[in-house]
Design a protein around this ligand. Structure first.
Ligand code: BGC
Length: 272
């Protein structure tokens, strides 16, 4: 395959990024748009922030619109996909990013905390992937647009494999995302639909502010990161863009860990 010119790897493609009003989601939305994709910027509550992401994309010469939906609600997800198909005509790329934490010691965790995290992080990804795959199958491969009939990238976490005390609902959701994705990938590969995940470590976003905002917290975080810096949203966005481009056409069912070495058992650097 010849090397494509810069900034056009996704030309003509239509993308949805869930939870795109902040953090990793907004960086991914901007990055996809920079490569030529038209982007639906999903948000659950903060319309102003979502509109700011849209404005940034448009200011850079891209195409985008904001679309509200709580991804854990079937009717809202279906309505969101209806709006996107109406506006864009189809969908080529889904970035399943929306996610949250509601932390508590295990014996104090309420059913509501358990359920909300599973609903958004796992059921939300199921509902959006299902709606996307229906559209990908309906349309099939359009060779001028992409080798694949559709691409999904789920934003998982290093906690799809690293256990995390006090975050049992979160780790359960991410472990679920990991095997859900691989199973979907296996099932839909014959339709030329690719399903991958990115598993970020500690990335500087609002979800983990307490882990990086004071020098003491940052220093303590560095004990877990051999590469000795926190990740930035752009560290994730570049990889996501590659995973939905034709450059990665033979990659499916993968979980790409991007964590500065967090999963490398940092304690063993000096022990064992
Ligand atoms: C969590 C962050 C955490 C990181 C590394 C992410 O999935 O959302 O709060 O800093 O994993 O532990």
């Amino acid at each position: 395959m010849p090397t494509p010119p810069r900034h056009t790897r996704l030309r003509g493609q239509k993308a949805l990024v869930t939870g795109a009003s902040s953090g990793i989601g907004s960086a991914v939305a901007l990055h996809l748009a920079r490569e030529g994709a038209a982007v639906a910027v999903n948000y659950a509550g903060n319309a102003t922030a979502a509109e700011a992401v849209v404005a940034d994309i448009v200011a850079a010469g891209g195409e985008a619109f904001a679309v509200r939906a709580d991804v854990s609600k079937e009717d809202q997800v279906e309505a969101m996909f209806g709006q996107i198909i109406e506006r864009f005509g189809t969908l080529d790329i889904l970035i399943n990013n929306a996610g949250l934490q509601q932390d508590a010691p295990f014996d104090q965790m309420t059913l509501a905390q358990w359920q909300r995290v599973i609903d958004v992080n796992l059921t939300g990804q199921f509902l959006c992937a299902r709606a996307a795959i229906r559209e990908f199958k309906r349309r099939g491969v359009v060779p001028e647009i992409s080798c694949a009939a559709g691409k999904i990238v789920s934003i998982s976490s290093v906690h799809e494999i690293i256990p995390w005390a006090g975050h049992v609902n979160y780790t359960a959701s991410k472990g679920g995302v990991m095997l859900m994705n691989k199973s979907i990938a296996q099932e839909v590969s014959p339709w030329r639909i690719r399903v991958n995940a990115v598993a970020p470590g500690a990335i500087r976003t609002p979800i983990n502010r307490s882990a990086w905002e004071t020098p003491e917290a940052y220093e303590s975080l560095m004990k877990l990161i051999p590469y000795k810096r926190i990740g930035e949203p752009l560290d994730i966005a570049g990889a996501v863009t590659w995973l939905v481009s034709d450059e990665s056409d033979y990659v499916t069912g993968a979980s790409l860990i991007i964590d500065g070495g967090m999963t490398l058992y940092p304690g063993f650097a000096e022990g064992g």
